[in-house]
Design a protein around this ligand. Sequence first.
Ligand code: PGA
Length: 249
Amino acid sequence: MTTKKKLIAGNWKMNGGVAANDALVRAVIAGMKDAACTVAVCVPAPYLSQLQVLRHGSSLELGAQDVSKHEQGAYTGEVSALMLKDFGVRYVIVGHSERRQYHGEGDQLVADKAKAALAHGITPIVCVGETLAEREAGRTEEVVKRQLAAVIHTNGHCISEIVVAYEPVWAIGTGRTATPEQAQQVHARLRAQLQAATPHADRVHILYGGSMNAANAATLLAQPDIDGGLIGGASLKAPDFLQIISAAR
Ligand code: PGA
């Protein structure tokens, strides 16, 4: 059991707009004043500058949803870790299943992106998770182990600086959440894998993601190895996101 402050990170995905962001972020900041956890929002890159202004003077942390493995140069469409740093970004999601699935990102690319983030002092939120077919074939642990192993191998002793998010693909955006026991079982495996790689594994936040909402957050967050949440849909509605934040203590 770890006693560190929990981390609740919103993943807006490809949602938002200048006016909507303004209302959402103002409501979140006003409502999270007494939060016992760290709160971040991972927003589409074009809105980083808007968020940098909106969050000014608050404890809301800023995150991005992807980063290039390259430092700079002829990589049209890519965004570097240094660019994210310019906007005060503290976290970046890497290896989200939507990027693995729709953009063909493999384990090594994800590990390289985590490395690029760490090199510039940005904490990568490394997503791992099995598909429904993999779970039904009894391959859950093998799959998440392989995904995390690549990141450990590439990042060596820096591994204690990452955040891991366990996101079963079948639970993302489906309203079908892993049970607290299912999630805890995988989180404990991931923790053990980290322990074999670093003496500081207890420091690593392992988040659960996949249809976490105001109703199920408290029981998920009560599990010994669930150190927070990566929240998609529910992070777009201030009251829902705030309820999850208040459940994280
Ligand atoms: P969801 O998404 O909360 O909408 O299921 C989580 C995620 O994909 O990070």
